[in-house]
Write a protein that binds this ligand. Sequence first.
Ligand code: SF4
Length: 292
Amino acid sequence: MLEYSYPLFRPPAEANNLILQVTLGCSYNNCSFCSMYKTKNYEVRELEDVFKEIDTLAHHYPNATKIFLADGDALSLPCEQLLILLDKLNSTFTKLRRVSTYASTQNILGKSNKELELLCKSKLNLFYYGIETGSDVVLKKITKSVNQAEIITSLTKATDAGVKISATVILGIGGSKYSDLHVQETAKIINATKVNYLSTLQLGIEEEAKENFYRYFDDFTMADDEQILSEQKRFLELLEPTNKIIFRSNHASNALHLAGTLPKDRDRLVQELKMALDVGKSAFVPNYFRGF
Ligand code: SF4
């Protein structure tokens, strides 16, 4: 129906929703661990072309309630342009309830509070946000170009504007050496902000990204599944969020699938991790069911 530009990524939670590509690639495209958009140049699509695709989607799915704006960070668009796009979506899909996008620290900090409020009122009300780690040491080594304070400020700014946040943290991103620092500093972010959803993925580095990754992270040693689950257990033990967080660790990369609500289920999740670690490898998701 639509001629998408590939590769095309969307969060697992958007599997049943409409996807509209309004930008191509990632405006930053420089995190050393990430090869998602390395084959694509960042590009802003012509509004006229996007509007035609909205009409095509509306013809087939007039009752759509949720739309995901791709690619890597549609929030990189200026607020005025996003508002024009959201106007069109709201007038075309009369049952629309939610528009979502990947959003980076830089994207959010580049918008004023008022702009974020306007976007949220126009139903751009969910951001998928890759925290990855809260450690400034590790953030530098993975060339993320942001620091912990900026992550906290941006998340707070978005939630104050009414936007919901679905955040991801990457287990193993600090390797063995910085594992403790990674969990301690990342937990500080979760405890200081009000993310609504939290997922933990397990680090996997594509072959083509390895050279660049190790260039900046020369003391990195990949943690094995036991170390990763131990890291996840320490991370959960440190979480004391002041709001309710839907927690999931059920990505294809995860050695153990977990689900619960924080802080209510924290101790039960820690216990599940402890039991899996006591049993060892046979309790983990087998490698042939895993992917990154
Ligand atoms: S992790 Fe996100 S911000 Fe970083 S290069 Fe990949 S898509 Fe872009």
